[in-house]
Design a protein around this ligand. Structure first.
Ligand SMILES: [Zn+2]
Length: 278
């Protein structure tokens, strides 16, 4: 298997100019993960991006798939989720029913007991409660993790191209402000591995993408949704020097990440963020 992520220069070749905001390998409990440097430095904050590595199955189907949707082996998914939860302990993985919309689930009360609770139909989850590991499942879509170190609030956003158009990122920051008292200028953000401008091809963009966003068209049919997310975060009040863009394209690295466009119609990897108890 080509091990491009560990190859020298992988992170810098297409990475952030500012390495303090870059995505870097992270190991928890012997599980290979990735994390943003600026989020890793935060006290009592847990976060991670998973890869295909670490699955419960034996080769060649050893993928670390975390989604039950269409899974042919739910037991393997459960084993993978438990391994991830253990690696990020203490805390429980919490999920949302993701539908490419702009609903935000604000968790201020205790979440019902049980394994892997689904807190509602939403494409973003926000909480100030320690011990909830907010999990977003993706395979080309962006997971955007947010943290307010002053108010101690975390959020995780599922922003595919439909979410990008609808600005689910902005909707999430609004809920963080309104319901949790966050100041956008205090927020730290990390945009996970996702479809890059190299591969975000929209042949029918004239009917799929509204004209104001055609400014993000970088060639005939390719769009830079990373730049759009950065601009949406800045538009919501974040400071550019607190935004980490992973700049890792899933479609270009299908050996490391599930990519719907590369043919993975079943598997999903995850981004997770949560507050640790005092
Ligand atoms: Zn690509």
């Amino acid at each position: 298997m080509k091990d491009t992520m560990n190859a020298p220069g992988f992170m810098t070749r297409s990475g952030n100019a500012d390495q303090t905001l870059a995505l870097a390998p992270l190991r928890r409990d012997d599980l290979p993960l990735l994390g943003f440097s600026h989020l890793s430095r935060q006290r009592r904050l847990q976060h991670a991006v998973t890869t295909r590595d670490g699955g419960a199955r034996r080769p060649p189907q050893k993928d670390f798939n975390l989604s039950y949707t269409d899974s042919d082996d739910p037991e393997a998914v459960t084993a993978n989720r438990l391994r991830l939860q253990h690696a990020l302990a203490p805390g429980r993985l919490v999920f949302a029913r993701q539908v490419h919309g702009t609903a935000v689930a604000a968790l201020k009360q205790p979440v019902a007991a049980g394994r892997f609770p689904v807190v509602g139909t939403a494409d973003a989850i926000v909480t100030d409660r320690p011990g909830l590991l907010l999990t977003i499942l993706v395979a080309d879509c962006q997971a955007v993790m947010l943290f307010d170190p002053h108010r101690r609030v975390v959020a995780n956003v599922h922003s595919g191209w439909r979410g990008s158009i609808a600005n689910v990122i902005g909707a999430t920051v609004t809920v963080m402000q309104r319901d949790f008292g966050c100041r956008p200028a205090d927020l730290l953000a990390g945009v996970g591995p996702s479809l890059g401008p190299c591969c975000a091809e929209f042949i029918h963009y004239r009917r799929e993408i509204p004209p104001p966003l055609w400014a993000y068209r970088i060639s005939d049919h390719h769009f830079d949704f990373w730049a759009l997310s950065r601009d949406q975060l800045i538009g919501a009040g974040l400071s550019a020097d607190r935004i980490g863009l992973g700049r890792v394209c899933t479609r270009c690295h299908p050996e490391r990440f599930f990519s719907y466009r590369a043919g993975d119609k079943i598997g999903r990897f995850a981004a997770v963020i949560g507050l640790q108890p005092d």
